[in-house]
Ligand binder design. Structure first.
Ligand SMILES: Cc1cc2nc3c(=O)[nH]c(=O)nc-3n(C[C@H](O)[C@H](O)[C@H](O)COP(=O)(O)OP(=O)(O)OC[C@H]3O[C@@H](n4cnc5c(N)ncnc54)[C@H](O)[C@@H]3O)c2cc1C
Length: 118
């Protein structure tokens, strides 16, 4: 599988640093030298992280109940009668883009179906 391309906003910054007008930012519009300069600038891009926005604004949190403690077909917590775990409480984090919602919905559905079956 090909890696996802970097976000457009990052590519625009790289282009500016490489002295390329953003309107020219198509591989087939760049000459060989500019393409090389663009790639080298991208590879050398250093991103300094100077902090986070804090837990209140966190969009993805990792950690939680280890998946090995949960039956994946029913979301029952192993060793506990009628206890289910789903969604964010699980040690399950995907990249931003709907994967966390999907994980929450899918695990909740599994738990609900099993709970209804009894
Ligand atoms: C700002 C932000 C943006 C996000 N954007 C995305 C995104 O774009 N795509 C994506 O996939 N994921 C996104 N996420 C992550 C996603 O929202 C979560 O993974 C998902 O909502 C988890 O679902 P959940 O049902 O497990 O938990 P939650 O959605 O947190 O639901 C838990 C519920 O339980 C309630 N609750 C808590 N304690 C109690 C209690 N004692 N009694 C009764 N109720 C209680 C809470 O009020 C809450 O309603 C985002 C998260 C944040 C914070």
């Amino acid at each position: 599988m090909l890696p996802a391309p970097p976000p457009r906003r990052i590519l625009d910054v790289v282009a500016r640093r490489a002295g390329i007008e953003s309107g020219e930012l198509r591989a087939n519009k760049l000459d060989r030298e500019s393409r090389h300069l663009f790639v080298e600038t991208l590879k050398g891009l250093a991103v300094e992280i100077d902090g986070t926005l804090g837990f209140d604004q966190a969009e993805v949190t990792a950690g939680g109940l280890a998946l090995s403690h949960v039956d994946r077909g029913t979301m029952r917590v192993k060793g506990f009668e009628n206890l289910y775990a789903c969604g964010e409480i699980l040690d399950l984090a995907g990249p931003i883009g709907g994967f966390n919602f999907q994980a929450a919905f899918a695990t909740a559905e599994l738990a609900a179906r099993d709970a209804v079956r009894g």
